[in-house]
Ligand binder design. Structure first.
Ligand code: AMP
Length: 211
């Protein structure tokens, strides 16, 4: 099966993608994760991507498309895949249509009231990679990683101003994909709940109905 998952930043699509991967055995391709891997390895691609990511902007299409094409050519993708974070605009969707035939595009919907505090309260551990939220951390220990006790940081792209830019870009550039996939009769909308497992039940239903 060839699936796309899209939705506003902070909608929980990354978490849902991880569950689909584990429970359906479909390879999970996240362009955001591919960029972050390049950043941590210090590659030229990573350095370029970081300048855009830190501002909440999209990395240029030519760079992103080349990286995705290379990933789709890996042998694990030959029987299907789940792409999370691509396409992010109509030109990327058109390129993807030239490359392959997607079965369904799942939109994970979430409101701004949930997204903004969720993302701007997110804290990440630079040592062990753990991510958490300030509301879940104990008073007086709000900057300590509960797993490895290193000092937590706020990722540049989780700062409130950057979150707003990411949301604006989502509305302007990515949300039009809804109409694009609707016309192709491939759009499936899931309204995310606050609970990961109940959202997953809705996602899972859509996948099973379209297998
Ligand atoms: P994500 O983890 O999917 O939220 O992606 C993090 C950041 O990576 C985004 O804010 C963009 O700067 C960049 N990015 C990820 N996917 C794409 C894409 N398909 N096109 C352009 N930029 C992307």
């Amino acid at each position: 099966m060839k699936l796309i998952l899209f939705g506003p930043p902070g909608s929980g699509k990354g978490t849902q993608a991880q569950l689909i991967k584990e429970r359906h055995g479909i390879p999970h391709i996240s362009t955001g994760d591919l960029f972050r891997k390049n950043i941590s390895e210090g590659t030229e691609l990573g350095k370029l991507a970081q300048t855009y990511m830190n501002k909440g902007e999209l990395v240029p299409d030519d760079v992103t498309i080349k990286m995705l094409k290379e990933r789709l050519q890996q042998p694990d993708c030959k029987d299907g895949f789940l792409i999370d974070g691509f396409p992010r605009n109509i030109p990327q969707a058109e390129v993807l249509d030239q490359l392959t035939d997607i079965d369904i595009a799942i939109l994970i919907n979430q409101t701004d009231e949930v997204i903004i505090p969720r993302l701007s309260g997110r804290r990440s551990c630079p040592m062990c990679g753990h991510t958490t939220h300030v509301d879940w951390l104990e008073e007086g220990k709000k900057d300590i990683c509960p797993k490895c006790f290193a000092r937590l940081i706020q990722r540049d792209d989780d700062k409130e101003e950057v979150v707003k830019t990411r949301l604006d870009n989502y509305r302007k550039l990515t949300a039009p994909l809804t109409g694009y996939y609707e016309k192709q009769h491939k759009l499936k909308v899931v309204n995310a709940t606050n609970d990961v497992e109940s959202t997953y039940k809705l996602v899972d239903k859509v996948i099973r109905e379209n297998k």
